[in-house]
Structures are given as C-alpha cells and as structure tokens.
Design a protein around this ligand. Structure first.
Ligand SMILES: [Zn+2]
Length: 261
C-alpha cells in the first residue's frame, strides 16, 4: 500500500520521504513503514470523523499524514508551536503557542505532555530519542507543577454555570483557580494545551462575563482568541456565540448572583 502511494509521488517527493528519520530500523518492518511510524502526524478523532464520516477504522496509520516540513519539527514537552489540521483547506497548519524570539528553534509535542517526565520518556520511546527539554531536565519541579495543572483540570461551561447560581461561593472562586493554573501553564510552557491551559482561559473569560467585568472580559477574550487561532487556525469558532465581541451579547453576561456576606 505504502509502496503504491509513494509511486504516485514525484521522484523528488519520494526522495524527501525516504530521507525522513526512521526510528524503527531494528523492528521487522519495512523502511517505508518505519518512516511513516516515526513521522506521521495523527489527525485528532473529531477531525477525521468530520473529514471521513463513513470511516470506522481503528487503525491510526490510516488517519495520519507525513509532512515535508512539519514532520521534521523536533519535539519538546514545552512546545512553542502546535500543529493542527484545518478541514476547509485540508492542510496541516503550524501556529505559535506563544511569542517565539528570532533564532529560537520551533518545537511541537509528539505526546500528551501533561504526564510526568518518566511517563513522557516512555511515550517517546517509539521515536528513538530521549527528551532533554527544560521540563525533563528538572522533573522534581516540573512534575509537581504539571500534577497541579492536571489536578485542577476544569470543564468551563458547567463550572461557570454552577458557580454563577451559588451565592455561597465567592465572586473570585473560579478566577483564583484559573489564574493559578494559567500561571503554572506558562511556567511549564504548556500554552499549546487546549485541554488544560485553554480550558482555564475560557473559564476565566466566562467568569468575567458573568460578573459583568467589561475590560477584563475583553482582555481575557483576546488571549482566548490567540489560543483559539492556535487550535482552529482559520475557522474562527470561538468568535461566535461563545465569546462575542460585544460583551453584553455573551449569554451569561452579568448573570452571577450576588455572593452572601
Ligand atoms: Zn521533555
């Protein structure tokens, strides 16, 4: 199958594919498959289900792509960029997760990087290298911070709804937690993590909306949109009903009940 696919490519592209790293030279698999396993960038499930609705395959290799440039980007557990798949243009898109100073290497993560350093090294084994990023170099500090981030993982919409109606909770009940997690996320270089960093940024933004704090809502919304662009590069999903530009149009705007003294 791979041989067939490769034969359809121009000779130059075939050469480029064969020159990519192969971390599976000791396995009993062909070099072509080894290159695929080392370099393929998997499509997230929600993307391939949308892209290929009839497909029920459990085989990840059928749902991945090898990219001429993006597959060459090195891993870091503190990635400064993220690769996503953009359905309308059917392309992989690389976006900065934070400001990248000129001359700095661009990195992305190959694994679920909220895990402790030892687990990350295990997960990276199939790629044939040991990560030496700052988080892996100081696991005692980094693992504790990542554990705190995972422990305080949130589901922003239900959490904000519950807090909004509960006068026994203080106004800054969720804001305090989200600010702490965002701080930890920045210290750990985990801004690209939608599930942890992105969720807390959304929780913060919605909390300000419920409190009717205009300036803070708009400022948090800007940060959220920057992250949103990072995960959904061109579709602008977050600009609609969830985070409208006019704060008063947000559905929870000013709906926080007064806290009990
Ligand atoms: Zn690392």
């Amino acid at each position: 199958m791979l041989r067939l696919l490769l034969a359809r490519m121009e000779p130059e592209k075939q050469r480029t594919y064969r020159e990519l790293a192969n971390a599976h030279t000791t396995n009993r698999i062909t070099p072509l498959l080894g290159v695929l396993r080392t370099n393929a960038i998997m499509l997230p499930e929600q993307v391939w289900r949308k892209t290929w609705p009839g497909n029920t395959s459990e085989d990840d290799e059928k749902l991945s792509g090898v990219c001429e440039v993006l597959s060459r980007i090195n891993h870091s557990c503190r990635p400064n960029a993220v690769v996503d798949f953009h359905i309308p243009s059917f392309t992989y898109v690389l976006t900065a997760a934070r400001t990248i100073p000129a001359g700095t290497e661009i990195t992305r993560t190959y694994i679920e990087n909220a895990e402790p350093a030892a687990d990350r090294q295990l997960a990276l084994r199939p790629y044939g290298f040991r990560c030496r990023c700052a988080a892996c170099a100081s696991p005692r500090v980094s693992d504790l911070r990542r554990w705190q981030i995972v422990k305080d993982a949130c589901e922003p919409l239900p959490a904000v709804r519950a807090w909004m109606r509960d006068p026994a909770l203080t106004d800054d009940h969720l804001i305090r937690v989200s600010k702490r997690v965002l701080q930890l996320g920045q210290e750990e270089g985990m801004e690209a993590s939608a599930g942890f960093y992105g969720a807390h940024l959304l929780q913060l933004t919605l909390s300000y909306a419920a409190l009717g704090e205009r300036e803070r809502y708009l400022e948090a919304r800007e940060r959220m949109l920057a992250l949103g662009r990072c995960h959904h590069p061109l579709d602008g999903q977050l600009t609609g009903w969830l985070l409208p530009k006019v704060p008063e149009e947000q559905v929870v705007w000013g709906h926080r009940v007064p806290a009990l003294d």
